[in-house]
Design a binder for this molecule. Structure first.
Ligand code: GLN
Length: 488
């Protein structure tokens, strides 16, 4: 196999080559670094860390030789630039953190390092993870490595906010990447780029060291080329962490070891609300997906989620409210960007925030401040929280009757980079119509590739499950992946 072909393997295939000594960790890392440097036109990385990567790979090589390697020993990964990485700049895609170098490591990235992973660099994202197309980053948009077959010159968005992470994996620069999901930022970009992405149960992965957007909704998770790769990644990323007060106690299972690819007798709920007004292309993909699952022995149950339509409006009250509070810390005093030539402290705050935050972030701060202000608090914030409990209740009741719920991940395939800025804010928000509920309710959701549009742009389907049903989601997804790969 050619050196440049290695990086096109799945993570598990690369792991086999590394573990058996057929490929050296440094050689593999160098191939990925070359690919990273050759793809700079896609603007995938905000910070490249090739020197660190080579040092880590050399360490891994020693460990692999002595058969002391961790489960990800020598595997090159990309890290969303929202995870604090010790002594490596972490920007969250914002000017306000342009020069921020954290003195500590996030728990999730520490877990990956402990397992022997090699970090290639920090990937681009929508500013503070607010967006669905990776066009709000201070560092410019990410261009997807995926192209339409009919219009190959046109640049497409990779989805967002984890656009750099999915692009790094889809371009075969990294074998997998970390991402984060507050309303869909793992699953929608995975759908746009033909990858697997899972947002786990709230509290499964530690949020310590992740730049906060909306604390009751944010969750870490991986994007990967295959279901099995994602299962391995999540097994390493997830852990109980006393440094995060919302981290759930208890051991995390090894999702890969326990994998049982099957959909036999699985009760899959089809919410009628998610199958209305879909494009013909999406309908075709969903129908064939259902057929595949039926052939695998799944049973379908027609369900209705009448509260679903309230998820998105409530999300856009709760997420900005939490964001306005979380982002209050960026005041130009303690760290990050600071405005110059200001006369007094009030002007320092105002100017720093006006110049340091982009338009979308400022919009969210305005909305959040408004819905939390006296006079609006009861009408908006408290009401949204009440509706959130109702949504949760409806999901809990539904999971008495079905094992998983199937929906499309997004309403469409990737759109053009030029089209993004022309969309209204609300049209952009509508990208997350099928994904936000999982965050509102705290349940896991996985997006897996299910087909393409007529011009070859990937389309994903999503499985949602009750809290802690990650293993079930991996099992049905692996069965689906095996069946569809065989078909192709
Ligand atoms: N697109 C959604 C938003 O802009 C979700 C983003 C996310 O999951 N981080 O809020």
């Amino acid at each position: 196999m050619e050196r440049d072909e290695w990086r096109k393997l799945s993570l598990l295939e690369a792991k086999r080559l590394l573990d058996s000594g057929q490929v050296g960790a440094l050689e593999l890392t160098n191939a990925c670094i070359e690919a990273m440097e050759a793809s700079r036109n896609l603007n995938i990385f905000i910070t490249e860390t090739p020197e660190n990567a080579r040092l880590q790979a050399q360490e891994s090589e020693k460990k692999l030789k002595n058969k002391e390697g961790g489960v990800l020993e020598g595997i090159p990964l990309a890290i969303k630039d929202l995870y604090c990485t010790k002594n490596v700049r972490t920007t969250a895609g914002s000017k306000i953190l342009e020069n921020f170098v954290p003195p500590y490591e996030s728990t999730v990235t520490q877990n990956l390092l402990d397992a022997g992973a090699v970090f290639l660099g920090k990937t681009n994202l929508d500013e503070f993870a607010m967006g669905s197309a990776n066009i709000t980053s201070f560092f410019g948009p990410v261009i997807s490595p995926i192209r339409s077959t009919q219009n190959p010159e046109k640049s497409l968005v990779p989805g967002g906010s984890s656009g750099g992470s999915v692009a790094a994996v889809a371009a075969h620069i990294a074998f997998a990447a970390t991402a984060s999901d507050t309303g869909g930022s793992i699953r929608q970009p995975a759908s746009f780029t033909g990858l697997v992405g899972i947002k786990p149960t709230y509290g499964l992965c530690s949020r310590y060291g992740m730049v906060a957007f909306a604390s009751s909704l944010d969750q870490a998770g991986p994007v990967a080329k295959t279901v099995r790769d994602a299962a391995l990644m999540l097994s390493v990323m997830a852990s109980y962490d006393e440094k995060d007060s919302t981290s759930l106690k208890g051991n995390r299972p090894d999702y890969l070891k326990n994998l049982n690819p099957s959909a036999k007798k699985l009760r899959i709920g089809l919410p009628k609300e998610c199958f209305e007004n879909l494009s013909d292309e999406l309908k075709v993909v969903l129908e064939s997906s259902c057929q595949t699952l039926r052939d695998l022995g799944a049973e379908f149950v027609d369900i209705s989620l009448s509260m679903l339509k309230y998820s998105l409006p409530c999300y856009y009250i709760i997420a900005p409210a939490e964001a306005s509070s979380n982002l209050a810390r960026y005041d130009g005093v303690r760290y990050g960007f600071r405005a110059e030539n200001v006369g007094n402290i009030a002007d320092l705050y105002a100017e720093t925030r006006r110049l340091g935050f982009g338009k979308e972030v400022r919009r969210r701060i305005f909305i959040g401040t408004y819905v939390l202000s006296q006079g609006s608090y009861e009408a908006y914030y408290v009401m949204a929280q009440k509706v959130r409990s109702k949504i949760r209740q409806e999901f809990e009741e539904t999971f008495q009757r079905v094992d998983v719920i199937l929906t499309p991940t997004a309403t469409c395939g990737a759109f053009g980079v030029e089209e993004g800025p022309k969309m209204s804010a609300v049209d952009m928000y509508l990208n997350d119509i099928f994904t936000v509920s999982a965050n509102m309710v705290g349940i896991p959701g996985i997006s897996i590739p299910a087909g393409t549009t007529q011009d070859g742009r990937p389309l994903g389907i999503q499985f949602l499950g009750a809290r802690f049903s990650e293993q079930t989601l991996f099992n049905v997804s692996a069965a689906f992946e095996d069946a569809t790969r065989l078909k192709n």
